[in-house]
Design a protein. Structure first.
Length: 114
């Protein structure tokens, strides 16, 4: 499984970004998908996870109410809609596929700054 993230960038506090992660895997629907992030000098942390059929969604407390994870199994893609962004959301964001494989994307930088 290869995962390619996109959608990162520089945004002002309070702004929004939508990350995408495309998987090169025709059995995408068998995979649990998640988003992680890693800020400079910090450990990688789980941001959100979504089950195979789009249920079983969970979020880190720090992003609840602001971020939304979703997936489109027909497009082999998982998304992370990020609203009301804060400077502390600045990090490299990674998607991960779990199940019969354990695969990570290369990461996409999100910078929240005025």
């Amino acid at each position: 499984v290869q995962l390619v993230e996109s959608g990162g960038g520089l945004v002002q506090p309070g702004g929004s970004l939508r990350l995408s992660c495309a998987a090169s895997e025709f059995t995408f629907s068998r995979l649990v998908m998640s988003w992680y992030r890693q800020a400079p000098g910090k450990e990688r942390e789980l941001v959100a996870v979504i089950g195979r059929a789009g249920g079983s969604i969970n979020y880190a407390e720090s992003v609840k109410g602001r971020f939304t994870i979703s997936r489109d199994n027909a497009k082999n893609t998982v998304y992370l809609q990020m609203n009301s962004l804060k400077p502390e959301d600045t990090a490299v964001y990674y998607c991960r596929a779990s199940g019969y494989v354990d695969a990570w994307g290369q990461g996409t930088q999100v910078t929240v700054s005025s």
